[in-house]
Design a protein around this ligand. Structure first.
Ligand code: NPW
Ligand code: ADP
Ligand code: K
Length: 481
Protein backbone atom coordinates (compact mmCIF):
# COMPACT_ATOMS: atom_id res chain seq x y z
CA UNK A 1 0.00 0.00 0.00
CA UNK A 2 1.70 3.11 -1.28
CA UNK A 3 1.42 6.80 -0.46
CA UNK A 4 1.67 9.39 -3.23
CA UNK A 5 2.15 13.12 -3.06
CA UNK A 6 0.60 15.33 -5.73
CA UNK A 7 3.85 15.51 -7.75
CA UNK A 8 4.16 11.75 -7.71
CA UNK A 9 0.57 11.32 -8.91
CA UNK A 10 1.17 13.80 -11.74
CA UNK A 11 4.35 11.87 -12.61
CA UNK A 12 2.44 8.57 -12.61
CA UNK A 13 -0.12 10.08 -15.01
CA UNK A 14 2.67 11.37 -17.24
CA UNK A 15 4.45 8.01 -17.30
CA UNK A 16 1.17 6.28 -18.06
CA UNK A 17 0.60 8.64 -21.01
CA UNK A 18 4.12 7.99 -22.32
CA UNK A 19 3.31 4.28 -22.18
CA UNK A 20 0.18 4.64 -24.24
CA UNK A 21 -2.36 5.00 -21.45
CA UNK A 22 -4.17 8.29 -22.10
CA UNK A 23 -5.77 10.45 -19.41
CA UNK A 24 -9.10 9.40 -20.83
CA UNK A 25 -8.30 5.69 -20.49
CA UNK A 26 -7.00 6.21 -16.98
CA UNK A 27 -10.18 8.02 -16.00
CA UNK A 28 -12.23 5.17 -17.44
CA UNK A 29 -10.28 2.67 -15.33
CA UNK A 30 -10.58 4.88 -12.25
CA UNK A 31 -14.35 5.27 -12.67
CA UNK A 32 -14.86 1.58 -13.32
CA UNK A 33 -12.70 0.50 -10.37
CA UNK A 34 -14.58 2.93 -8.15
CA UNK A 35 -17.89 1.53 -9.37
CA UNK A 36 -16.86 -2.07 -8.65
CA UNK A 37 -15.86 -1.18 -5.09
CA UNK A 38 -18.68 1.24 -4.34
CA UNK A 39 -21.44 -1.08 -5.55
CA UNK A 40 -20.46 -3.45 -2.75
CA UNK A 41 -21.73 -0.90 -0.22
CA UNK A 42 -24.73 0.42 -2.19
CA UNK A 43 -28.30 -0.64 -1.99
CA UNK A 44 -30.03 -0.97 -5.37
CA UNK A 45 -32.87 1.28 -4.22
CA UNK A 46 -30.65 4.01 -2.82
CA UNK A 47 -30.96 7.53 -4.20
CA UNK A 48 -27.45 8.57 -5.09
CA UNK A 49 -26.16 12.10 -5.61
CA UNK A 50 -22.82 12.55 -7.35
CA UNK A 51 -21.36 16.03 -7.00
CA UNK A 52 -18.82 16.58 -9.76
CA UNK A 53 -16.26 19.37 -9.96
CA UNK A 54 -14.76 20.81 -13.12
CA UNK A 55 -11.40 18.98 -12.98
CA UNK A 56 -10.44 15.33 -13.26
CA UNK A 57 -11.86 14.46 -9.85
CA UNK A 58 -15.20 15.47 -11.33
CA UNK A 59 -14.34 13.33 -14.35
CA UNK A 60 -14.05 10.26 -12.13
CA UNK A 61 -17.53 11.13 -10.87
CA UNK A 62 -18.85 11.23 -14.47
CA UNK A 63 -17.50 7.77 -15.33
CA UNK A 64 -18.81 6.41 -12.04
CA UNK A 65 -22.23 7.93 -12.79
CA UNK A 66 -22.24 6.23 -16.22
CA UNK A 67 -21.58 2.81 -14.70
CA UNK A 68 -24.17 3.35 -11.98
CA UNK A 69 -26.75 4.35 -14.63
CA UNK A 70 -25.84 1.37 -16.77
CA UNK A 71 -26.42 -0.97 -13.83
CA UNK A 72 -29.77 0.55 -13.01
CA UNK A 73 -28.94 2.59 -9.92
CA UNK A 74 -30.90 5.78 -9.22
CA UNK A 75 -28.25 8.40 -9.68
CA UNK A 76 -28.28 12.20 -10.06
CA UNK A 77 -25.09 13.63 -11.57
CA UNK A 78 -24.78 17.29 -10.61
CA UNK A 79 -22.19 19.93 -11.54
CA UNK A 80 -22.83 22.60 -8.86
CA UNK A 81 -20.03 24.83 -10.18
CA UNK A 82 -20.48 24.40 -13.89
CA UNK A 83 -19.65 21.88 -16.57
CA UNK A 84 -16.26 20.12 -16.74
CA UNK A 85 -13.28 21.99 -18.08
CA UNK A 86 -10.41 19.47 -17.98
CA UNK A 87 -9.85 17.61 -21.29
CA UNK A 88 -10.47 14.09 -20.02
CA UNK A 89 -13.49 15.07 -17.93
CA UNK A 90 -14.98 17.01 -20.88
CA UNK A 91 -14.49 14.05 -23.18
CA UNK A 92 -16.18 11.69 -20.73
CA UNK A 93 -18.97 14.20 -20.24
CA UNK A 94 -19.63 14.31 -24.02
CA UNK A 95 -19.71 10.52 -24.07
CA UNK A 96 -21.98 10.40 -20.99
CA UNK A 97 -24.45 12.76 -22.67
CA UNK A 98 -24.25 10.89 -25.97
CA UNK A 99 -25.47 7.74 -24.20
CA UNK A 100 -28.49 9.76 -23.11
CA UNK A 101 -27.98 9.81 -19.34
CA UNK A 102 -29.22 12.83 -17.43
CA UNK A 103 -27.30 15.47 -15.50
CA UNK A 104 -27.91 18.86 -13.95
CA UNK A 105 -26.22 21.94 -12.54
CA UNK A 106 -28.45 22.07 -9.50
CA UNK A 107 -29.22 19.56 -6.78
CA UNK A 108 -32.67 18.00 -6.99
CA UNK A 109 -35.18 17.35 -4.27
CA UNK A 110 -33.76 14.97 -1.76
CA UNK A 111 -33.50 13.18 0.37
CA UNK A 112 -30.48 11.31 -0.93
CA UNK A 113 -29.30 8.08 0.68
CA UNK A 114 -25.79 8.39 -0.68
CA UNK A 115 -23.70 11.47 -1.52
CA UNK A 116 -20.56 11.00 -3.57
CA UNK A 117 -18.02 13.80 -3.46
CA UNK A 118 -16.19 14.11 -6.78
CA UNK A 119 -15.74 17.87 -6.47
CA UNK A 120 -12.05 18.34 -5.85
CA UNK A 121 -9.11 15.94 -5.67
CA UNK A 122 -5.35 16.38 -5.68
CA UNK A 123 -5.72 19.69 -7.56
CA UNK A 124 -7.34 21.32 -4.51
CA UNK A 125 -6.11 24.73 -3.43
CA UNK A 126 -7.29 26.19 -0.14
CA UNK A 127 -9.14 28.21 1.02
CA UNK A 128 -12.40 27.20 -0.59
CA UNK A 129 -14.72 29.99 -1.62
CA UNK A 130 -18.02 30.58 0.11
CA UNK A 131 -20.15 28.61 -2.36
CA UNK A 132 -17.97 25.48 -1.87
CA UNK A 133 -18.15 25.93 1.88
CA UNK A 134 -21.93 26.28 1.81
CA UNK A 135 -22.30 23.17 -0.33
CA UNK A 136 -20.04 21.13 1.95
CA UNK A 137 -21.95 22.30 5.01
CA UNK A 138 -25.17 21.18 3.33
CA UNK A 139 -23.62 17.77 2.50
CA UNK A 140 -22.47 17.28 6.07
CA UNK A 141 -25.98 18.00 7.35
CA UNK A 142 -27.59 15.28 5.19
CA UNK A 143 -28.37 11.89 6.71
CA UNK A 144 -26.70 10.06 3.89
CA UNK A 145 -23.80 7.68 3.42
CA UNK A 146 -20.94 9.92 2.33
CA UNK A 147 -18.28 8.71 -0.05
CA UNK A 148 -15.30 10.79 -1.16
CA UNK A 149 -13.35 10.13 -4.34
CA UNK A 150 -9.58 10.34 -3.90
CA UNK A 151 -9.70 12.84 -1.00
CA UNK A 152 -12.61 14.58 0.73
CA UNK A 153 -13.19 18.03 -0.75
CA UNK A 154 -11.81 20.67 1.59
CA UNK A 155 -8.58 18.88 2.47
CA UNK A 156 -5.29 19.05 0.60
CA UNK A 157 -3.52 15.99 -0.77
CA UNK A 158 -0.08 16.58 0.70
CA UNK A 159 -0.62 18.51 3.90
CA UNK A 160 -2.94 18.19 6.88
CA UNK A 161 -4.60 21.60 6.77
CA UNK A 162 -8.33 21.51 6.14
CA UNK A 163 -11.07 24.00 5.34
CA UNK A 164 -14.72 23.17 5.90
CA UNK A 165 -14.52 19.70 4.41
CA UNK A 166 -16.69 16.82 3.25
CA UNK A 167 -17.11 14.49 6.21
CA UNK A 168 -16.77 11.14 4.47
CA UNK A 169 -17.73 7.73 5.77
CA UNK A 170 -15.52 6.20 3.10
CA UNK A 171 -12.73 7.66 1.01
CA UNK A 172 -11.57 5.72 -2.02
CA UNK A 173 -8.13 6.95 -3.04
CA UNK A 174 -6.95 6.27 -6.56
CA UNK A 175 -3.66 4.51 -7.25
CA UNK A 176 -2.59 4.92 -3.60
CA UNK A 177 -3.17 6.94 -0.45
CA UNK A 178 -2.44 10.63 -0.30
CA UNK A 179 -0.39 11.93 2.69
CA UNK A 180 -3.31 13.90 4.15
CA UNK A 181 -5.01 10.58 4.95
CA UNK A 182 -2.55 10.31 7.85
CA UNK A 183 -2.17 13.95 8.88
CA UNK A 184 -4.07 16.20 11.25
CA UNK A 185 -6.65 17.63 11.12
CA UNK A 186 -7.37 16.33 7.55
CA UNK A 187 -7.31 12.74 8.80
CA UNK A 188 -10.62 13.23 10.62
CA UNK A 189 -12.54 13.73 7.33
CA UNK A 190 -11.59 10.50 5.53
CA UNK A 191 -13.73 7.96 7.37
CA UNK A 192 -12.61 4.51 6.27
CA UNK A 193 -9.79 5.12 3.78
CA UNK A 194 -9.12 2.57 1.07
CA UNK A 195 -6.76 2.55 -1.85
CA UNK A 196 -8.19 1.64 -5.27
CA UNK A 197 -5.92 0.04 -7.85
CA UNK A 198 -6.16 1.66 -11.28
CA UNK A 199 -3.63 -0.57 -12.99
CA UNK A 200 -0.56 1.64 -12.78
CA UNK A 201 2.79 0.31 -11.59
CA UNK A 202 3.38 1.10 -7.92
CA UNK A 203 6.44 3.18 -7.22
CA UNK A 204 6.49 5.57 -4.28
CA UNK A 205 8.99 6.58 -1.62
CA UNK A 206 6.41 6.12 1.10
CA UNK A 207 4.34 3.09 1.97
CA UNK A 208 2.25 1.60 4.71
CA UNK A 209 4.03 -1.08 6.67
CA UNK A 210 1.53 -3.92 6.56
CA UNK A 211 0.95 -7.37 7.98
CA UNK A 212 2.28 -8.78 4.71
CA UNK A 213 5.58 -6.92 5.25
CA UNK A 214 5.86 -8.27 8.79
CA UNK A 215 5.19 -11.84 7.67
CA UNK A 216 7.75 -11.54 4.90
CA UNK A 217 10.49 -10.15 7.13
CA UNK A 218 10.04 -11.99 10.46
CA UNK A 219 10.94 -15.64 10.39
CA UNK A 220 11.14 -18.46 12.94
CA UNK A 221 14.49 -18.86 14.66
CA UNK A 222 16.91 -21.45 13.39
CA UNK A 223 16.91 -24.58 15.53
CA UNK A 224 20.68 -24.25 16.02
CA UNK A 225 20.51 -20.70 17.23
CA UNK A 226 21.77 -19.67 20.68
CA UNK A 227 21.59 -16.53 22.80
CA UNK A 228 24.65 -15.13 21.05
CA UNK A 229 22.82 -15.33 17.73
CA UNK A 230 20.38 -12.68 18.88
CA UNK A 231 22.89 -10.28 20.34
CA UNK A 232 23.39 -8.38 23.55
CA UNK A 233 21.70 -5.01 23.91
CA UNK A 234 22.56 -2.22 26.28
CA UNK A 235 19.65 -0.29 27.70
CA UNK A 236 20.54 2.92 29.50
CA UNK A 237 17.39 3.86 31.35
CA UNK A 238 15.64 4.45 34.64
CA UNK A 239 16.34 6.42 37.78
CA UNK A 240 15.24 6.00 41.39
CA UNK A 241 12.20 8.15 40.57
CA UNK A 242 11.44 6.35 37.30
CA UNK A 243 12.50 2.73 37.65
CA UNK A 244 9.45 1.59 35.67
CA UNK A 245 10.68 3.12 32.42
CA UNK A 246 13.70 0.80 32.45
CA UNK A 247 11.54 -2.16 33.43
CA UNK A 248 9.06 -1.55 30.60
CA UNK A 249 11.78 -1.04 28.01
CA UNK A 250 13.60 -4.10 29.34
CA UNK A 251 10.47 -6.23 29.00
CA UNK A 252 10.02 -4.88 25.45
CA UNK A 253 13.53 -5.89 24.47
CA UNK A 254 13.47 -9.33 26.08
CA UNK A 255 9.96 -10.33 25.07
CA UNK A 256 10.60 -9.49 21.43
CA UNK A 257 13.56 -11.82 21.36
CA UNK A 258 16.87 -10.16 22.21
CA UNK A 259 19.60 -12.66 23.17
CA UNK A 260 20.90 -10.87 26.27
CA UNK A 261 20.15 -7.54 27.85
CA UNK A 262 22.31 -5.34 30.07
CA UNK A 263 20.40 -2.59 31.86
CA UNK A 264 22.47 0.38 32.96
CA UNK A 265 20.49 1.94 35.79
CA UNK A 266 20.62 2.91 39.47
CA UNK A 267 21.09 0.17 42.11
CA UNK A 268 17.66 0.96 43.53
CA UNK A 269 15.97 0.70 40.12
CA UNK A 270 17.88 -2.49 39.38
CA UNK A 271 16.69 -4.10 42.62
CA UNK A 272 13.08 -3.42 41.66
CA UNK A 273 13.40 -4.40 38.00
CA UNK A 274 15.21 -7.64 38.77
CA UNK A 275 12.14 -8.99 40.54
CA UNK A 276 10.16 -8.84 37.27
CA UNK A 277 13.07 -9.20 34.84
CA UNK A 278 15.59 -11.59 36.38
CA UNK A 279 16.75 -12.52 32.88
CA UNK A 280 18.54 -9.18 32.42
CA UNK A 281 21.90 -8.26 33.91
CA UNK A 282 22.60 -4.87 35.46
CA UNK A 283 25.24 -2.19 35.30
CA UNK A 284 24.82 -0.40 38.62
CA UNK A 285 25.17 3.37 38.48
CA UNK A 286 25.21 2.74 34.75
CA UNK A 287 24.84 6.33 33.59
CA UNK A 288 27.80 7.49 35.73
CA UNK A 289 29.95 4.57 34.67
CA UNK A 290 29.23 5.03 30.98
CA UNK A 291 29.91 8.76 31.35
CA UNK A 292 33.45 8.04 32.54
CA UNK A 293 34.07 5.63 29.70
CA UNK A 294 33.15 2.19 31.07
CA UNK A 295 31.44 0.12 28.38
CA UNK A 296 30.37 -3.53 28.67
CA UNK A 297 31.84 -6.00 26.17
CA UNK A 298 29.99 -7.55 23.28
CA UNK A 299 27.20 -4.98 22.89
CA UNK A 300 25.45 -5.14 19.50
CA UNK A 301 23.02 -2.24 19.90
CA UNK A 302 22.20 0.38 22.49
CA UNK A 303 19.18 2.41 23.56
CA UNK A 304 19.33 5.41 25.84
CA UNK A 305 16.75 7.74 27.34
CA UNK A 306 13.68 6.21 29.04
CA UNK A 307 13.36 7.67 32.52
CA UNK A 308 16.61 9.66 32.32
CA UNK A 309 16.86 13.32 33.27
CA UNK A 310 20.52 14.25 33.82
CA UNK A 311 21.30 15.95 30.52
CA UNK A 312 24.96 16.53 31.31
CA UNK A 313 25.63 12.87 32.03
CA UNK A 314 23.55 11.79 29.02
CA UNK A 315 25.55 14.08 26.73
CA UNK A 316 28.77 12.66 28.12
CA UNK A 317 27.59 9.09 27.53
CA UNK A 318 26.52 9.92 23.99
CA UNK A 319 29.88 11.50 23.30
CA UNK A 320 31.62 8.36 24.55
CA UNK A 321 29.57 5.96 22.45
CA UNK A 322 29.32 8.11 19.30
CA UNK A 323 32.32 6.45 17.63
CA UNK A 324 31.22 2.92 18.51
CA UNK A 325 29.91 1.07 15.51
CA UNK A 326 26.63 -0.07 17.02
CA UNK A 327 23.12 1.20 16.22
CA UNK A 328 21.98 3.73 18.77
CA UNK A 329 18.37 4.38 19.77
CA UNK A 330 17.86 7.80 21.35
CA UNK A 331 14.61 8.34 23.22
CA UNK A 332 12.86 10.48 25.85
CA UNK A 333 15.34 12.11 28.25
CA UNK A 334 18.17 11.73 25.75
CA UNK A 335 16.28 13.60 23.04
CA UNK A 336 17.70 17.04 23.77
CA UNK A 337 18.51 19.36 20.90
CA UNK A 338 21.79 18.15 19.40
CA UNK A 339 23.76 18.36 16.20
CA UNK A 340 23.94 14.64 15.30
CA UNK A 341 27.53 14.65 14.13
CA UNK A 342 28.22 12.12 11.37
CA UNK A 343 28.41 8.59 12.71
CA UNK A 344 29.18 5.28 11.03
CA UNK A 345 26.40 3.23 12.65
CA UNK A 346 22.70 4.15 12.45
CA UNK A 347 21.08 6.62 14.83
CA UNK A 348 17.39 6.06 15.55
CA UNK A 349 15.45 8.79 17.31
CA UNK A 350 11.98 8.09 18.69
CA UNK A 351 10.31 11.41 19.53
CA UNK A 352 6.65 12.02 20.20
CA UNK A 353 5.39 15.22 18.53
CA UNK A 354 6.26 17.33 21.61
CA UNK A 355 9.84 16.08 21.63
CA UNK A 356 10.08 16.51 17.86
CA UNK A 357 8.83 20.06 18.25
CA UNK A 358 11.76 20.77 20.60
CA UNK A 359 14.20 19.12 18.18
CA UNK A 360 12.98 20.97 15.10
CA UNK A 361 11.77 24.26 16.55
CA UNK A 362 8.42 23.74 14.77
CA UNK A 363 5.09 23.77 16.56
CA UNK A 364 3.30 20.50 17.33
CA UNK A 365 0.46 21.69 15.07
CA UNK A 366 2.81 22.19 12.15
CA UNK A 367 4.37 18.79 12.74
CA UNK A 368 1.01 17.01 12.88
CA UNK A 369 -0.13 18.72 9.68
CA UNK A 370 2.97 17.58 7.83
CA UNK A 371 4.46 14.69 9.80
CA UNK A 372 5.68 12.70 6.78
CA UNK A 373 7.47 15.53 5.04
CA UNK A 374 8.99 17.04 8.19
CA UNK A 375 10.34 13.75 9.53
CA UNK A 376 11.61 12.86 6.07
CA UNK A 377 13.46 16.19 5.77
CA UNK A 378 14.92 15.79 9.26
CA UNK A 379 16.08 12.24 8.52
CA UNK A 380 17.71 13.44 5.32
CA UNK A 381 19.40 16.49 6.80
CA UNK A 382 20.69 14.87 10.00
CA UNK A 383 21.28 11.38 8.61
CA UNK A 384 19.16 9.76 11.31
CA UNK A 385 16.20 7.39 11.28
CA UNK A 386 13.16 9.17 12.70
CA UNK A 387 10.38 7.26 14.44
CA UNK A 388 7.81 10.02 14.93
CA UNK A 389 5.29 8.51 17.34
CA UNK A 390 1.56 9.02 17.75
CA UNK A 391 -1.40 7.70 15.74
CA UNK A 392 0.01 6.85 12.29
CA UNK A 393 3.60 6.63 13.50
CA UNK A 394 6.03 7.68 10.79
CA UNK A 395 9.35 5.91 10.23
CA UNK A 396 11.56 8.07 8.02
CA UNK A 397 14.93 7.03 6.63
CA UNK A 398 17.82 9.23 5.50
CA UNK A 399 17.41 8.09 1.88
CA UNK A 400 14.01 9.77 1.63
CA UNK A 401 11.94 6.60 1.93
CA UNK A 402 9.59 5.90 4.79
CA UNK A 403 6.75 3.91 6.28
CA UNK A 404 3.53 4.71 8.05
CA UNK A 405 2.30 2.37 10.73
CA UNK A 406 -1.45 1.94 11.11
CA UNK A 407 -1.64 -0.39 14.08
CA UNK A 408 -2.26 0.90 17.59
CA UNK A 409 -4.99 2.84 19.31
CA UNK A 410 -5.70 5.27 22.10
CA UNK A 411 -4.98 2.59 24.73
CA UNK A 412 -1.34 3.49 24.06
CA UNK A 413 -1.92 7.10 25.04
CA UNK A 414 -0.57 6.44 28.52
CA UNK A 415 2.77 6.84 30.28
CA UNK A 416 5.15 3.99 29.66
CA UNK A 417 4.04 2.85 26.23
CA UNK A 418 6.86 4.80 24.57
CA UNK A 419 9.40 3.14 26.89
CA UNK A 420 8.07 -0.25 25.87
CA UNK A 421 8.47 0.67 22.20
CA UNK A 422 12.08 1.76 22.70
CA UNK A 423 12.85 -1.61 24.25
CA UNK A 424 11.09 -3.44 21.42
CA UNK A 425 13.10 -1.51 18.83
CA UNK A 426 16.33 -2.30 20.69
CA UNK A 427 15.32 -5.95 20.86
CA UNK A 428 14.65 -6.29 17.15
CA UNK A 429 17.62 -4.31 15.82
CA UNK A 430 19.79 -6.52 18.02
CA UNK A 431 18.26 -9.81 16.99
CA UNK A 432 17.37 -9.21 13.31
CA UNK A 433 19.81 -8.46 10.54
CA UNK A 434 17.86 -5.86 8.55
CA UNK A 435 17.53 -2.66 10.55
CA UNK A 436 14.84 -1.15 8.29
CA UNK A 437 12.36 -3.95 8.80
CA UNK A 438 13.45 -4.44 12.42
CA UNK A 439 12.34 -0.92 13.34
CA UNK A 440 9.15 -1.10 11.31
CA UNK A 441 8.24 -4.50 12.78
CA UNK A 442 8.81 -3.27 16.33
CA UNK A 443 6.47 -0.31 15.73
CA UNK A 444 3.89 -2.54 14.01
CA UNK A 445 3.91 -5.17 16.77
CA UNK A 446 3.74 -2.53 19.53
CA UNK A 447 0.54 -1.16 17.99
CA UNK A 448 -0.84 -4.60 17.21
CA UNK A 449 -0.50 -5.63 20.86
CA UNK A 450 -2.70 -2.65 21.77
CA UNK A 451 -5.21 -3.69 19.08
CA UNK A 452 -5.21 -7.19 20.58
CA UNK A 453 -5.69 -5.85 24.11
CA UNK A 454 -8.73 -3.71 23.26
CA UNK A 455 -10.55 -6.85 22.09
CA UNK A 456 -10.63 -7.97 25.72
CA UNK A 457 -10.60 -4.87 27.88
CA UNK A 458 -11.48 -1.22 27.70
CA UNK A 459 -8.76 1.04 26.32
CA UNK A 460 -8.81 3.07 29.53
CA UNK A 461 -7.71 0.12 31.66
CA UNK A 462 -4.85 -1.04 29.49
CA UNK A 463 -1.42 -0.12 30.85
CA UNK A 464 1.96 -0.19 29.16
CA UNK A 465 2.96 -3.32 31.04
CA UNK A 466 0.10 -5.20 29.32
CA UNK A 467 1.65 -4.68 25.89
CA UNK A 468 4.39 -7.27 26.27
CA UNK A 469 1.96 -9.71 27.92
CA UNK A 470 0.28 -10.30 24.56
CA UNK A 471 3.36 -9.85 22.37
CA UNK A 472 4.10 -13.57 22.25
CA UNK A 473 0.53 -14.39 21.18
CA UNK A 474 0.53 -11.73 18.51
CA UNK A 475 3.90 -12.85 17.12
CA UNK A 476 2.75 -16.46 17.03
CA UNK A 477 0.03 -15.46 14.58
CA UNK A 478 2.44 -13.58 12.32
CA UNK A 479 5.60 -15.65 12.39
CA UNK A 480 4.67 -18.92 10.75
CA UNK A 481 7.70 -19.98 8.73
N1 NPW B 1 -3.25 8.78 -11.41
C1 NPW B 1 -4.33 9.10 -10.74
O1 NPW B 1 -4.33 9.00 -9.54
C2 NPW B 1 -5.55 9.58 -11.42
C3 NPW B 1 -6.33 10.57 -10.82
N2 NPW B 1 -7.49 10.98 -11.32
C4 NPW B 1 -8.28 12.04 -10.68
O2 NPW B 1 -7.77 13.30 -11.01
C5 NPW B 1 -7.85 14.13 -9.88
C6 NPW B 1 -6.99 15.33 -10.02
O3 NPW B 1 -7.54 16.07 -11.04
P1 NPW B 1 -7.14 17.58 -11.36
O4 NPW B 1 -5.69 17.67 -11.46
O5 NPW B 1 -7.91 17.98 -12.53
O6 NPW B 1 -7.58 18.31 -10.06
P2 NPW B 1 -8.99 18.40 -9.29
O7 NPW B 1 -8.71 17.93 -7.89
O8 NPW B 1 -10.07 17.71 -9.99
O9 NPW B 1 -9.26 19.94 -9.17
C7 NPW B 1 -8.78 20.84 -10.10
C8 NPW B 1 -9.87 21.81 -10.41
O10 NPW B 1 -10.38 22.35 -9.23
C9 NPW B 1 -10.28 23.76 -9.22
N3 NPW B 1 -9.99 24.19 -7.87
C10 NPW B 1 -8.94 23.87 -7.09
N4 NPW B 1 -9.06 24.42 -5.89
C11 NPW B 1 -10.20 25.12 -5.89
C12 NPW B 1 -10.88 25.92 -4.93
N5 NPW B 1 -10.36 26.14 -3.71
N6 NPW B 1 -12.05 26.47 -5.26
C13 NPW B 1 -12.57 26.29 -6.48
N7 NPW B 1 -11.98 25.54 -7.44
C14 NPW B 1 -10.82 24.96 -7.14
C15 NPW B 1 -9.22 24.08 -10.24
O11 NPW B 1 -9.55 25.26 -10.83
P3 NPW B 1 -8.42 26.32 -11.30
O12 NPW B 1 -7.76 26.76 -10.02
O13 NPW B 1 -7.51 25.57 -12.19
O14 NPW B 1 -9.21 27.34 -11.94
C16 NPW B 1 -9.38 22.93 -11.22
O15 NPW B 1 -10.38 23.19 -12.14
C17 NPW B 1 -7.48 13.18 -8.77
O16 NPW B 1 -7.80 13.67 -7.50
C18 NPW B 1 -8.28 11.97 -9.17
O17 NPW B 1 -9.60 12.08 -8.69
C19 NPW B 1 -8.15 10.16 -12.35
O18 NPW B 1 -8.98 10.88 -13.12
C20 NPW B 1 -7.26 9.30 -13.18
C21 NPW B 1 -5.90 8.98 -12.69
N1 ADP C 1 -3.97 7.28 19.70
C1 ADP C 1 -2.90 6.50 19.45
N2 ADP C 1 -2.93 5.63 18.42
C2 ADP C 1 -1.86 4.86 18.16
N3 ADP C 1 -0.71 4.87 18.87
C3 ADP C 1 -0.63 5.71 19.91
C4 ADP C 1 -1.70 6.57 20.25
N4 ADP C 1 -1.32 7.30 21.31
C5 ADP C 1 -0.07 6.92 21.63
N5 ADP C 1 0.37 5.95 20.79
C6 ADP C 1 1.69 5.30 20.82
O1 ADP C 1 2.11 5.11 22.17
C7 ADP C 1 3.47 5.45 22.35
C8 ADP C 1 3.57 6.64 23.30
O2 ADP C 1 4.88 7.06 23.40
P1 ADP C 1 5.30 8.32 24.29
O3 ADP C 1 4.44 9.46 23.97
O4 ADP C 1 6.76 8.47 24.19
O5 ADP C 1 4.88 7.84 25.73
P2 ADP C 1 5.70 7.54 27.05
O6 ADP C 1 5.42 8.73 27.89
O7 ADP C 1 5.07 6.33 27.54
O8 ADP C 1 7.14 7.35 26.72
C9 ADP C 1 4.00 5.71 20.95
O9 ADP C 1 4.50 4.53 20.39
C10 ADP C 1 2.76 6.18 20.20
O10 ADP C 1 2.87 5.95 18.81
K1 K D 1 -13.21 14.52 -3.74
Amino acid sequence: MFIYREVEIRKADETAAQNGLSGNALMETAGRSLFLRIKEILNKNSRILILSGRGNNGGDGIVLARYLNQWGYKVDLVFPFGEPKSDSASEHFRYYKSVGYSWSTSIGDGPYDVIIDALLGVGTRLPLNQSYQDLLKWCNQQHALKIAIDIPTGVLADRGEADIAFHADYTFSLHGFKPSTFLLPSNTYFGQAESIDIGLPQDAKWKIWSEKNVKRTMKKRGSNSHKGTFGTGLLVAGTDEMPGSAMLAGLGAMKIGIGKLVIATTPYAASIIATRLPEATYLHDGLNKLAVGTFPDGIRAMAIGPGLTDEKLIDQVLENVWEKEIPLVIDAGALGKREFAPRKAPIIITPHPGEFSRLTGLSVKEIEANRLEISSQFALQKNVIVVLKGANTVIAFPNGTGFINRTGNAALAKGGSGDTLTGMILGLICSESDITSAIANAVYLHGLCADELVKEQNERSIVAGDITNVLGRVMNRLITD
